[in-house]
Design a protein around this ligand. Structure first.
Ligand code: OOG
Ligand code: NI
Length: 455
């Protein structure tokens, strides 16, 4: 086998994300409706805003828009999480960021498996938000042991996918044929199962502790619980959801609508109640699966993020219980303190930017300064905000809660434990901020090197 027979991990990920989307559309037809709505709103937005279209195209964002999505799963054990890490590596997806959801009353901590390199992100930025249940946060010793015993009995991976993961690791890649087989087998882990592995009483006992615990423990595998396409106008999608038979969550999470979009705004249609056959042939229901939408803006520096977090907290105090229109109006006022144009944001170092030569810059052959701001002012260099590729813990908690019937348990709070998570994962999570800083620095170095080469 030569290297050239092996498929790029980008292609494996692209095939997998498409297969996953097709499976989820078949499982949850409303997700198909959501995709249609998002596609329509994106087309309308682009035709109404040619400047936006130009910018997205220049940033390489347009091509990926229609393939872009993220999904989410929740697993129960250390073995499941560490095997998932190896499974995602086959698709060029690596754990980025640590999210402590105990803070929001949800007994999990999480990471996002996603591509890291610029070209991989441009090709298909498929991400999977992956949460590990924290049984140690359950107070009842008996319930904890019952949950652990149930989880110990299941294997969420097919024997063939395990073999293919090993083959990937020893060969350094998969052939096209192997990749197709891998996609088919890996999908089995994410499939929905109508049959619970436990009886209704057990389900109920776990559910009474926290609905999420029942969702993780009582089924054969970690069914994908939502997929999320990327929209260019989330307010419009939220507004039109009811017309298309979808029940949107109460408010759009994250920052308000702005000229210079920051981080991530998210909303969803609410989880559907689905019929389940419990052990002993009892019928019941379970609510887990929904569809989500996201609108992405620029990645913030630690300074920008601190400002965002402070304003978000202020906003949350004032918006409790408000409907979306009022919520957005209040957020708008609160966020007036956050500069709302790219240049001001860049000058105050609130976000990360990618620097590249303009046409004038490419033609220039005099001696140049090393100062980026001066080069931008001279028109030799242009700065474009780097898109945020990650998630927001407060928004994630809002999504969890609106789909778990508002369940929250303050007793779980203040339990961040990144070390335990990394030990379970069998690897360290990459710091997302370091990645953005590195991309910004590389772009600056490239610009300077190319200007120098011209003199
Ligand atoms: C994950 C919720 C987090 C997001 O977009 O913030 C998430 C879950 O419900 O399992 O997907
Ligand atoms: Ni999500």
């Amino acid at each position: 086998m030569t290297q050239t027979d092996l498929l790029s991990t980008n292609d494996v990920r692209d095939r997998f994300s498409k297969a996953m989307s097709a499976m989820y559309q078949a499982e949850v037809p409303q997700y198909g409706t959501l995709l249609e709505l998002v596609e329509r709103v994106n087309q309308e937005t682009l035709s109404q805003q040619p400047e936006l279209q130009r910018r997205l195209e220049a940033q390489g964002e347009l091509a990926r828009l229609s393939v872009e999505r993220h999904g989410a799963i929740r697993v129960g054990t250390v073995e499941e999480l560490s095997m998932l890490r190896r499974l995602f590596a086959v698709m060029g997806m690596y754990p980025v960021g640590y999210y402590d959801l105990s803070e929001a009353g949800v007994p999990v901590h999480s990471t996002a498996f996603r591509p890291i390199e610029d070209d991989a992100l441009a090709r298909n930025p498929f991400r999977v938000f992956t949460s590990l249940l924290r049984l140690e946060l359950i107070e009842s010793e008996a319930l904890r042991q019952r949950a652990a015993a149930i989880l110990a009995k299941r294997d969420i991976f097919t024997p063939t996918v395990r073999e293919l993961i090993e083959r990937y690791e020893s060969q350094g890649g998969l052939t096209s044929e192997e990749a197709d087989q891998f996609v088919k087998e890996a999908l089995e882990t994410f499939r929905w199962h109508q049959d619970a592995t436990v009886d209704l009483d057990t389900y109920q006992a776990l559910h009474d502790e926290h609905r999420l615990i029942a969702d993780v423990v009582c089924f054969k595998g970690p069914h994908i619980n939502h997929l999320t396409p990327r929209t260019l106008d989330i307010d419009e999608v939220q507004r039109r959801m009811p017309e298309m038979g979808m029940n949107p969550k109460a408010v759009i999470e994250g920052p308000p609508r702005r000229e210079s979009s920051i981080l991530l705004r998210q909303t969803s249609f609410k989880a559907l109640e689905e019929s389940i056959r419990f052990a002993g042939d009892t019928q019941g229901t379970h609510t887990a699966r929904f569809g989500e939408i996201e609108q992405r803006g620029m990645a913030l520096t630690p300074k920008g993020r601190a400002l965002y977090d402070r304003l978000l907290n202020e906003g949350r105090k004032q918006t409790a219980g408000l409907g979306n229109d009022d919520h957005q109006a209040v957020m708008n006022k609160v966020f007036a303190e956050f500069p709302d144009n790219d240049e001001a944001i860049r000058h105050q170092q609130l976000a990360y930017f990618h620097y590249h030569l303009t046409d004038t810059g490419r033609a220039f052959n005099g001696s140049v300064e090393k100062n980026m701001d001066a080069l931008v002012e001279q028109g030799l260099v242009e700065a474009q905000p780097i898109t945020y590729e990650d998630f927001l813990p407060v928004s994630a908690a809002g999504i969890f809660q609106s789909n778990l019937g508002g369940a929250q348990n303050d007793a779980y709070a203040a339990n961040a434990n990144r070390e335990a998570f990394e030990e379970a994962l069998g690897a360290q999570v990459t710091d997302e901020l370091a990645l953005y800083a590195e991309r910004e620095n590389m772009s600056k170095e490239n610009v300077l090197a190319r200007l120098k080469a011209n003199t």
